[in-house]
Design a protein around this ligand. Sequence first.
Ligand code: LLP
Length: 411
Amino acid sequence: MAAVQQLSAAYPLGSRIDDAGVLEVGGCNALELAREFGTPCYVVAEDDLRARARAFVSAFKARTDDFDVLFATKAFPCTAVMRVLQQEGLGCDVASGGELHLALRAGFDPARIVLHGNAKSEAELRAAVDAGIGHVVVDNLDEVDRLDRLTDSQRVMLRVTPGVRGRTHDFISTGQADSKFGFSIADARIAIGRLGDRVAGIHMHIGSQLLELAPFRAAVEAIAGLGDFEAYNLGGGLGVRYTTEEPPSLEEYAAAKVDAVRDVFGPGRRVLDEPGRALTANSTVTLYSVESIKHNVRTWVAVDGGMSDNLRPMLYGARYEAQVVDRIGGTTPCCLAGKHCESSDVLIDEVALDEPRVGDVIVTPATGAYGYAMANNYNGVPRPPVVFAAGGDARLVVRRETVEDLVARDV
Ligand code: LLP
């Protein structure tokens, strides 16, 4: 029996180890959650999600009266999650017609929805205009042509690539000059000339999982020459704690963005923010069951999910923690692998667990951003359910896929 340990800050707020040594999330016992809903399973601590939404709003409110916090749907495109964030007063960023559909279904006020995309189709633009969304964030001159054919009155913001790099994985860095996202500064001038007073402001998103704030100011300075607008949307990007990271506080983050806009453009500008990861990542844990254990040089612990429910380790080399839910702590070095048919399917390359056994329930915290979002059916594995846990009650908000779902689109 391992010594009882504290949970790390990667777990949802309010998580604890109960008197019997079992992980509790949202007041619910993790073993019971696994029994009731099966594994793998995403468990969202609803109070954590609400608390983070409120904390974002207060951090901006402490700095300015003129702001809006828009949830970046792509981080957790699930209407139940989106509804909670809508109830907490957030607006919404969508990156496709599909995400727009989710946002409308979740009840967001269309006026507080913005549409992104570097390759928006005419149908997506039409759906956004018809829904009456607040801003289309125009990304390129072809899109200006396409929008002009549909309407001459849609308010827009221009996505600009400021030529600034934050320190993060190349695949999630977007602010560099040679990026597929946004206008170069030169093309932005042409677009501003064409769109005239439909341009409400400038948008930038320089990257994701950023643990330093200085690049935000550098990015604002880089667009200073484009003119003076009523609104600046600096995207999302705030990093979170997966294992040992120490992200800036929300207060520091909001201050960095709001102050940069005020210092460069003067007071009275509206500041929009688009957090995804920092709102949802730490709200959620994934529960798995151990299916097999073998000793091939290292100890390989294989669970019933993997790259179909969390692609991040394979795509970005992202690191996660894990525990056996009723034996937190432990010192057995393990390689936590998934069930998929390729060697990249490793959730955690090196993790210390308490002598794992077949049937154990394993938890990986901080899976609420870009986990469900990038889930897939590799190897015909049905995608996991989403469960909300709060105050000791658990409820299913997205059911597990069935094998019948795998053939549901066959014609
Ligand atoms: N706004 C825009 C225009 C974005 O492109 C993104 C993320 C966000 C906001 C939200 O950024 P966040 O606050 O979550 O950093 N799949 C990758 C992340 C891709 C992020 C893409 N854009 C991952 O799992 O790390």
